[in-house]
Write a protein that binds this ligand. Structure first.
Ligand code: TXA
Ligand code: MG
Length: 305
């Protein structure tokens, strides 16, 4: 059920149930982060392997501090600048965070979401929430309450209505290795905005490396219709005559305009039943870089960018 009833959501969460939670990035499946039983239900419902850790959502900086073993000055600088907002920090975890939340990692991912309903809910709970994006594992992320209902039906009986997600793309995940900031997942905050604050950062490369942040895994966010990303849609169409292709035409939009509707457009095109969806790369800067990342991971096939 899609509802505005916060008391109902609070009651469900106290009973270790999973609810649909609006955030400014995408909708999440939320449960009590301090309850192993509640966290386990999220992995079950999402059909997510328990090797893929979850992001903790806190109401305030004080609550975030209670979940970790101390903020470095750099982490604090970023939190000050971007919280509440689409920045997730990877920090050494406090013992009170169950190992299941971090899939056994000593670091916990944490953020304060910038959505009035999420913040109101969190402020009325005595515990933080874990919330992965509310899509079955590998599927396109949801940006509307109705998407969550379409994916999970009665498995998630309470879904809070928060309108369309304003950012429409997941949070940027930042950790630190030997004092150097590393971006583990490109997201709604562009690399440039982070670098302006703390200087050059490293972007974590997945090729050949162990998976540290599975949002980086290949074949994520995938529509059912094969998505082809090419440097030139027209050339692709000419070389594949007879193919029924829907073109994800975004040339006329700048990435900042497209990001909020990127996933919903992808879903709309997916529903039309074409043989293939065609998209082109964005200029590789700002949010264009994040969208290129998502295109690459959603694609069945992509040529060099
Ligand atoms: O914008 C967002 O971050 C959304 C909203 C709902 O807050 N949440 C989200 O969660 O995107 P999810 O579970 O779909 O993606 C979380 C990503 C995954 O790539 C996961 O591997 C990574 O964060 N992650 C979580 N905890 C981690 C940890 N302890 N160490 C490394 N990566 C972690
Ligand atoms: Mg996700």
């Amino acid at each position: 059920m899609i509802t505005n009833d916060l008391a109902l959501a609070i009651d469900s969460l106290h009973r270790d149930e999973v609810i649909g939670l609006p955030t400014e990035t995408v909708y999440g499946l939320a449960a009590n982060a301090l309850s192993t039983a509640a966290v386990r239900r999220i992995y079950d419902i999402k059909k997510r392997p328990s090797t893929h850790p979850l992001i903790v959502h806190a109401a305030t900086l004080d609550q975030a501090i209670e979940c970790v073993d101390g903020f470095s000055p750099q982490a604090l600088l970023l939190a000050d600048a971007f919280w509440p907002g689409p920045l997730t920090l990877l920090i050494e975890k406090h013992d009170r965070i169950p190992d299941l939340v971090t899939a056994g990692s000593p670091r916990v991912a944490i953020r304060i979401p910038d959505h009035p309903i999420a913040l109101e809910l969190l402020s009325r709970l005595p515990f933080p929430l874990v919330a992965p994006s509310a899509n079955p594992f590998t599927k396109v992320s949801p940006t509307r309450a109705e998407d969550v209902q379409a994916y999970f039906g009665t498995l998630v009986p309470v879904i809070l209505q928060g309108g369309p997600s304003r950012r429409g793309i997941e949070s940027t995940i930042v950790g630190f290795e030997k004092g150097v900031a590393v971006i583990y997942r490109l997201g709604a905050i562009p690399v440039e905005s982070i670098e302006r604050l703390i200087g050059p950062v490293t972007i974590y490369q997945t090729a050949g490396a162990p998976i540290v942040s599975p949002g980086n895994a290949q074949k994520h966010y995938a529509p059912d219709t094969p998505l082809v990303v090419s440097a030139d849609n027209q050339a692709y169409l000419k070389s594949h005559p007879g193919l029924r292709a829907a073109v994800f035409a975004h040339r006329h939009m700048v990435p900042d305009q497209l990001a909020p509707v990127f996933y919903s457009r992808l879903k709309e095109l997916d529903r039309l039943g074409y043989d293939v969806l065609l998209a082109e790369w964005f200029p590789d800067e700002g949010l264009g870089r994040t969208l290129n990342d998502r295109l690459r991971r959603s694609a069945q096939f992509s040529d060099v960018q």
